[in-house]
Design a protein around this ligand. Sequence first.
Ligand SMILES: [Zn+2]
Length: 129
Amino acid sequence: MKKNDVILGGGILIAALLLFLVMHLTRGEEGNQIQITVDGNVYGTYSLAKDQVIEVKEKDFYNCIRIQDGKAYMEEANCPDGYCEEQGKISGRTQTIVCLPHKLVVEVLDAEGLENDSASEQLPDTISK
Ligand SMILES: [Zn+2]
C-alpha cells in the first residue's frame, strides 16, 4: 500500500500549498499591522500603512520601533546585545523582530488574522528556538 501513502502525502502537500497561497493572496497589503508584545503582554498594535515611531519604555528598557514605507524596524534600543537592531525591516506575515533581553517582540499581523485569532494561534511559533 505504499502507493497510497505517496498519494496521501502528495495530497497533504498540495493542500498545504493551496492554504499558503490562499493566505498569501488574501493578505491585504495595506491592512497589515504590527503587534508589539512586552513580556508576553500586548503593548499595542500599529498600522504599517502609517509612518510612525513607537517608543516602548519599561523600567530601564528602551526600544524605539519605527514604521516607514510599510515596513517596521527597530530604530533604537538600549539592550546589551543590540541584536534587535540588526534584524532588519519587517512587513510580511509571520515576520518578527525579537529583543530577547527586553522580552519584546514585534510581529506582523494582517487584517485577516486579526478577525480570526484562532487561525494565527495555529501557526508555528517562530519566536522560540
Ligand atoms: Zn534588543
